[in-house]
Design a protein around this ligand. Structure first.
Ligand code: ADP
Ligand code: MG
Length: 388
């Protein structure tokens, strides 16, 4: 079955589409990436998403839901054109959507006990209508309804792609938020551990944007950070954030590490008269350290480190990771026959495939859900639920 996965992450840098050939049943599916197409968002769209995620009105959320549905549909059509794939060949789309808010910590509500909530937007009806292809979306809600955090969900595909009976593995996604998956040698999905370690590119991007008045939004290549020096006082302050000490299961986003947090980091940096380069260098070491420190919750998994996500292109972050994990080698997903940029989009293709095959694909130990669940909601394409 050819499935297209779509991912628009917390960085809001763009949307990735992965065209994937998936075969097999149960947890033994063969996954082959046929193509990756990345569409960067124009600066106005990125700003709109970040604005809505921080303080959007209901009208703005409503509008952006459909706007992103259109952008995602265009991305699918462009990906098919790029790779010469016809819409009749594609049976399914798995669209993660854009997270606008994620509140995994229980809040007491009168009459109903405690509530957790999460919202990913990018209207699947628009995607299915424009492409004619059955679209699975809203993957996080069912896990959350079953008592989980609804995140992380990519570990299921980390397990399918990277689990190795010969070596343990520590799979790291360097996205807006960093998350880790500890893969033991065991072939049991139930033995997989995974959680968000803390902020990653989201912090670096916000610091660059603030300190350059929006002229730059990323530290391309990590060149600025490369010229900076780590400030140990600021590093200690960053490492004192209470999220980092919390026991998994745990997941996070802009609610803890968005604008308010970044303003505090900037204030701390100004007090110490740090340059942007020093601030970025310190942040890179901070990120590497949170990823290494996270191993305290998976002590038995001490294998190779395999990294994906946009952060693999940041040379300073990479150097900090190599340094902190030394002598354990740090490798990219490419080194392991996969793709750093396409992996998350590919993961949502796999989850959509499992949804229509009636397979549970959350990892309850990672999300904290009470039991395995079939993820997602299905919006039929022009031929019904799934074309035969
Ligand atoms: N060439 C590059 N140099 C440095 N950082 C990069 C580069 N390309 C991407 N990134 C970083 O990766 C981020 C996007 O990573 P991604 O894995 O797509 O995260 P998310 O899933 O949160 O969208 C960008 O916002 C940027 O911080
Ligand atoms: Mg992205």
């Amino acid at each position: 079955m050819i499935v297209i996965g779509l991912m628009s992450g917390t960085s809001a840098d763009g949307v990735d589409a992965a065209i994937v050939d998936i075969r097999g049943t149960g947890h033994r599916v063969a996954i082959k990436l046929l193509g990756h197409y990345g569409r960067s968002y124009p600066p106005q769209l990125q700003q709109k998403i970040l604005h809505v995620a921080e303080r959007g009105t209901v009208a703005e959320v409503c509008h952006l839901n459909t706007l992103l549905g259109e952008v995602f549909a265009k991305t699918v059509l462009a990906a098919m054109t790029r790779y010469g794939v016809r819409s009749q060949q594609v049976k399914l789309i798995g669209s993660h959507g854009q997270t606008i808010h994620h509140l995994p910590q229980p809040k007491a509500e009168r009459g109903v006990g405690t509530i957790t909530s999460t919202l990913q937007i990018g209207n699947p009806a628009v995607i299915a209508e424009r492409t004619g292809i059955t679209t699975v979306s809203d993957f996080r809600s069912r896990d959350m309804a079953a008592g989980g955090e609804g995140a992380p969900l990519v570990p299921y595909t980390h397990f399918l792609v990277f689990q190795n009976t010969k070596a343990m593995r520590w799979v790291v996604n360097l996205g807006g938020i960093a998350n880790v998956t500890a893969l033991p040698r065991s072939e049991r999905l139930a033995s997989v551990q995974a959680f968000d370690t803390g902020p990653c590119n989201m912090l670096l991007d916000a610091l660059v944007t603030a300190e350059t008045d929006g002229r730059n939004t990323i530290d391309r290549g990590g060149h600025l950070a490369q010229r900076g020096k780590v400030h140990s006082g600021l590093l200690r302050w960053l490492l004192a954030h209470p999220y980092l000490q919390r026991q998994p299961p745990k997941s996070t986003g802009r609610e803890l590490f968005g604008e308010t947090y970044v303003q505090k980091v900037l204030a701390q940096s100004r007090r110490r008269h740090l340059s942007l380069n020093d601030l970025l260098a310190t942040s890179c070491q901070f990120i590497a350290q949170t990823i290494r420190d996270a191993q305290q919750w998976a002590k038995h998994v001490q294998g190779d480190v395999v990294c994906g996500g946009g952060g693999v292109r940041n040379a300073r972050l990479w150097a900090e990771l190599e340094n902190i994990f030394d002598p354990i080698p740090v490798r990219t997903m490419e080194d392991c026959g996969s793709s750093s940029q396409a992996f998350e989009a590919q993961a949502f293709a796999v989850l959509a495939y499992q949804t229509v095959h009636g397979m549970c694909a959350n990892v309850p130990r990672a999300t904290g859900a009470r039991h395995p669940v079939i993820l997602g909601s299905v919006t039929p394409g022009i031929h019904g639920f799934v074309k035969q």
